[in-house]
Ligand binder design. Structure first.
Ligand SMILES: *Cc1c(COP(=O)(O)O)cnc(C)c1O
Length: 361
């Protein structure tokens, strides 16, 4: 039997054709194809400004730089996210304040947010983990009250929405990723979206060493080379042209698993609200016997992936604080095989294997 990997993306003929076209037109580094891709993303998300860059991590770093974050500042981050969310402020010399997540869902518990705010706090970074909307209304209220900026980590939430609209578009800046294990991918890549023209200008200039005009150069601000490439943008444009199909596939995988979950008392499924427009790219379950289940599935050529460790476990945080809700997710969380390129037959095979695991208990 074939090996089933925990994630399968989907690249096809459209991607190959677009890359070929770009190269034949000598559109290789950042140029017109990147601009076209940015414009398409802006249209999909209904925002005026998009700046593409090398990764989702870089998008986070750039958004924080544009907000002027540096040493002495504090940034509030949920304790459950990919560590990239915290590394961005840390690399800029800022301090990170961690907030525990809710008990039912791995998103920032907004009721614990306010007591993490100090006179040095500058930014709140809600994370829409697995397309699940963080409590933007409460975050916005608290941010307004303390005059803080909000930078959304929407890297796992492209095309996902809450009742207000698309996630990543409801704050000062939203950051998205184009890595392999995301809804659409360009291999590596990411982008920042904003409605603020000043922020947009800063992002664009910092992407090329703070230089506005590369022919008539003047050094106005510091920046670096955070540029995207037209080769990547070609892949991105092809991916966007198949977006409805990808979204339909992601939903089909989700509902296939969800509808089988009642058969597995040894698992706790972590749902998302697809009726409200949340789009789950991953299939998340909690399993107290995670290690045993992973081995059982691995023996049947099925790869799974445990959740990332809680951020407070990073030695360099030196945190002695406890995060009881996070702990359960960190210790029991597991991603089951998914992704826009995952055949539904594979999902059925995973479900079959889960039945066999249940029988073996
Ligand atoms: C993927 C991801 C990032 C970073 O994106 P990269 O493109 O991999 O740098 C940041 N935060 C979260 C929650 C992610 O899932």
């Amino acid at each position: 039997m074939n090996k089933i990997s925990w994630w399968r993306t989907d690249f096809g003929k459209d991607e190959v054709r677009k890359i070929r076209e770009s190269i034949l037109h000598e559109h290789v580094s950042q140029g017109p194809v990147t601009a076209e891709f940015e414009a398409s993303l802006a249209e999909v998300l209904g925002v005026p400004y998009v700046v593409a860059t090398t990764s989702g991590s870089m998008a986070l770093l750039m958004a924080l730089l544009a907000a002027g974050i540096g040493p002495g500042d504090e940034v509030v981050v949920p304790n459950r996210t990919w560590i990239a969310t915290a590394h961005a402020p840390l690399l800029l010399g800022a301090k990170v304040a961690l907030v525990d997540v809710e008990s039912e869902y791995p998103i920032m518990d907004v009721t614990q947010l306010e007591r993490k705010i100090t006179p040095r706090t500058k930014v709140i970074m809600p994370v829409h983990l697995n397309g699940r909307a963080a409590g933007m209304e409460e975050v916005s209220k608290i941010a307004a009250c303390h005059q803080l900026r909000i930078i959304e980590d929407a890297t796992q939430a492209f095309c996902s929405r809450n009742t207000k609209g698309l996630l990543g578009t409801q704050s000062d800046a939203g950051c998205f990723s184009l890595a392999i294990a995301k809804l659409i991918s360009t291999g590596q890549g990411g982008f920042v979206v904003t409605r603020d023209k000043q922020v947009y200008k800063r992002l664009k200039m910092m992407r090329t060493h703070g230089v506005d005009d590369v022919i008539d150069v003047s050094y106005t601000d510091m920046g670096f080379n955070f540029r995207f490439t037209d080769i990547q943008a070609s892949i991105g444009i092809a991916q966007l042209s198949n977006l409805p199909k990808r979204i339909a596939k992601i939903k089909a995988i989700y509902t296939r698993y969800r509808d089988a979950m009642h058969e597995f008392p040894f698992l706790k499924f972590i749902p998302v609200d697809i009726v409200r427009g949340e789009l789950p790219i991953y299939i998340e379950v909690l399993c107290p016997e995670r290690k045993k289940l992973m081995q059982f599935l691995a023996d049947r050529d099925i790869q799974t992936r445990p959740f990332y460790p809680d951020l407070n476990h990073a030695a360099y945080f030196g945190s002695k604080e406890r995060f009881p809700n996070s702990e359960v997710f960190g210790e029991q969380g597991l991603f089951l095989p998914c992704g826009p390129g995952q055949p539904l037959e594979n999902v059925d095979r995973v479900i079959e294997a889960l039945r066999a695991f249940g029988d073996s208990l």
